[in-house]
Design a protein around this ligand. Structure first.
Ligand SMILES: Cc1cc2nc3c(=O)[nH]c(=O)nc-3n(C[C@H](O)[C@H](O)[C@H](O)COP(=O)(O)OP(=O)(O)OC[C@H]3O[C@@H](n4cnc5c(N)ncnc54)[C@H](O)[C@@H]3O)c2cc1C
Length: 384
């Protein structure tokens, strides 16, 4: 096999698969290396669904979301399969909740259409819900779900069709800058490339530490939890919008959910999780307390019969401000670094893959990524 490439990508999750697709489509000779099998369950990207939405509390995400809706449509057309399912989405909160208000302000400033509903109006439209009478609700029609695992696999398939080499069970043990290029070592081979993209999810800190940069990243054990509703017809994507409940004082974090797709059940989730040291060694046993908290959520806000379907651990990789890191290594610009997670990166992943590919192959991206630079963190945090 050839050992010399234009671009090597480390990690075939949402970000790496997208970067491989975009780079190979542009004609680059690409090698994508994944330490486990494709679509494995030990990282961040596996699953039936992830929410896609414009409703953000920071303006930096609006151009990314606009691009992502377009880029996903292009991937769908090329892959010949449905990856985005439009459901509409609601955010709800008690009055004067600051994050909710920032979302309204951001959508308003960006000219994205939305509706503000009273609790009664929302419950008339979406009778699954039982909200408190004084709650405020925002409805945004474009929100929906991405078929997460299908997105990853479709982009890997397309990348291969464009000539990319994709190797599974190929854990990268060393990345070394060498002149203008880079050497990448696995247990069985050393490859060279002009550029490398590191999109290793919860394993990023270790990889970058060996390259002299201590990224301020904290992996978390989060959960993907599904319940079967007693009334399945009310929880199809046509009838049940994705939701984010800004119930910080009640549940300690945002709650979110997604309609039943693929027979998995309704996803009822809690943002965040518990810090872990080592993503490889972290326990994969779900915490019953989180499942029970989501049962309480359902009993209180989505009245009806619910039975447990499944629960699994899924990793988040958090930055201190919960915004992404998309940049180049401060001393070795041939190394592009990507940590676009903090529990909300999937929706943008095909666009971020395009950005990463452009940064690696062209040195810049037409999309403004200034907000996501590593240098926003204190120099002592960014440098080891
Ligand atoms: C429960 C849960 C719910 C979420 N909900 C949403 C949502 O609704 N909407 C949304 O937009 N986002 C959501 N997210 C976040 C989103 O899924 C992540 O931001 C995204 O999947 C991150 O992708 P990634 O490619 O960076 O990481 P990963 O998918 O973890 O990919 C990194 C890959 O690198 C590989 N790797 C690591 N080290 C090496 C090495 N040395 N050699 C080779 N390979 C290596 C890993 O095995 C892994 O496959 C959610 C995440 C979770 C866990």
């Amino acid at each position: 096999m050839t050992t010399s490439y234009d671009l090597i990508i480390v990690g075939a999750g949402a970000m790496g698969s997208a970067a491989a697709y975009h780079a190979a489509k542009q004609g680059a000779k690409v090698l994508l290396l994944e330490q486990y099998d494709l679509d494995h369950q030990l990282g961040s990207s596996y699953g039936q669904s992830r929410i896609i939405r414009y409703a953000y509390d920071h303006a930096a995400y609006i151009p990314l979301a606009r691009a992502a809706f377009q880029d996903w449509a292009a991937v769908e057309a090329e892959a010949g399969e449905t990856l985005y399912v439009k459901t509409g989405g609601i955010d709800f909160a008690l009055p004067n909740e600051p994050v909710f208000q920032k979302i309204v302000d951001t959508l308003h400033a960006a000219g994205i259409p939305y509706e503000l509903l009273t609790a009664d109006e929302a419950m008339a439209r979406f009778p699954q819900w039982r909200l408190d009478p004084d709650m405020v609700v925002l409805y945004q029609a474009d929100a929906g779900l991405m078929r997460a695992s299908k997105c990853v696999l479709a982009q890997v398939r397309l990348a291969r069709q464009y000539g990319a080499v994709v190797l599974e069970r190929a854990a990268v043990t060393d990345v070394k800058p060498s002149g203008d290029g880079v050497g990448v070592t696995t247990a069985s081979a050393t490859y060279t490339a002009s550029r490398v993209i590191l999109s290793a999810g919860a394993w990023m800190r270790r990889l970058m530490g060996a390259l002299g940069v201590d990224l301020p990243l904290q992996p978390l054990r989060s959960h993907e939890i599904y319940f079967h509703p007693g009334d399945p017809a009310s929880y199809t994507p046509e009838r049940f919008p994705t939701y984010i409940g800004h119930l910080y004082s009640e549940f300690g974090a945002a709650t979110y959910g997604i309609a039943n797709v693929g027979g998995a059940g309704v996803k009822i989730g809690l943002h965040g999780g518990v810090n872990i040291d080592d993503p490889t060694m972290a326990s994969r046993e779900p915490d019953l307390s989180v499942v029970e908290a989501m049962e309480r959520f359902a009993a209180r806000y989505l009245p009806g019969q619910w039975s447990r379907a499944s629960a699994r651990v899924c990793l988040y990789t958090m930055t201190p401000d919960e915004h992404f890191i998309i940049d180049r290594h401060p001393e070795h610009p041939q190394i592009v670094i990507a940590s676009p997670c903090s529990g909300h990166g999937f929706k943008f992943s095909t666009t971020i893959g395009r950005i990463l590919s452009d940064l690696a192959l062209k040195g810049e991206s037409p999309l403004d990524i200034g907000f996501f630079r590593l240098s926003r963190f204190a120099p002592e945090q960014a440098r080891s």
